[in-house]
Design a protein. Structure first.
Length: 181
């Protein structure tokens, strides 16, 4: 093989690699990130929330990663969960095995796809604290075990108490702390 042929082969290899990366990025963007961007833009109450949504490893279409990048005023934690529930509603009808909850790129917890779909279907019909409670009850550790059965009793009781009261901010804050620990 001549030097010229090796240069051509290398050029083609680079072009194909860049094209594949662009296709994977575009696929993730148009299927997941774009819908969540619309959710963030359409509801001014969501200002202050930044999330990145993508397929696990960018190619596993059975698993979605909902990656929280920033939560701040004015939306705060209630806004974050509102975005999550609105996104679940937007993903209705899709075949999803799991949704991974990540914080700044690090996967923390997961929820089964069916439970995620149910949250989306219930959004608007249930009170926010009821949705938060359903999310908390269905959250799983990465090994698949339910979170509620593996957190210390007093903390679990406090989380349940917060989620059963009228104070949505406290409830959302307690649940967010569970996710980011």
């Amino acid at each position: 093989m001549t030097v010229r042929n090796m240069q051509r082969a290398f050029t083609w290899l680079v072009l194909v690699s860049v094209s594949v990366c662009a296709l994977v990025f575009g696929f993730n963007y148009f299927n997941l990130q774009r819908p969540v961007n619309k959710i963030l833009e359409q509801d001014e109450r969501n200002a202050g929330v930044r999330v990145s949504v993508y397929y696990d490893s960018y190619i596993d279409t059975d698993t979605i990663v909902f990656d929280v990048r920033f939560v701040g005023p004015p939306a705060g934690y209630p806004g974050l969960f509102r975005v999550f529930f609105q996104f679940a509603r937007e993903m209705q009808g899709r075949d999803i095995e799991h949704v991974m909850l990540a914080y700044n790129g690090r996967q923390k917890l997961k929820i089964k796809g069916d439970d995620f779909q149910e949250l989306g279907a219930s959004f608007g019909a249930m009170q926010p604290r009821q949705l938060l409670w359903e999310l908390a009850r269905n959250l799983r550790l990465l090994n698949g075990r339910l979170v509620m059965s593996h957190i210390p009793g007093n903390y679990a009781q406090m989380l349940q108490k917060n989620l059963s009261e009228e104070n949505e901010l406290q409830a959302a804050s307690a649940l967010f702390n569970t996710i980011t620990q």
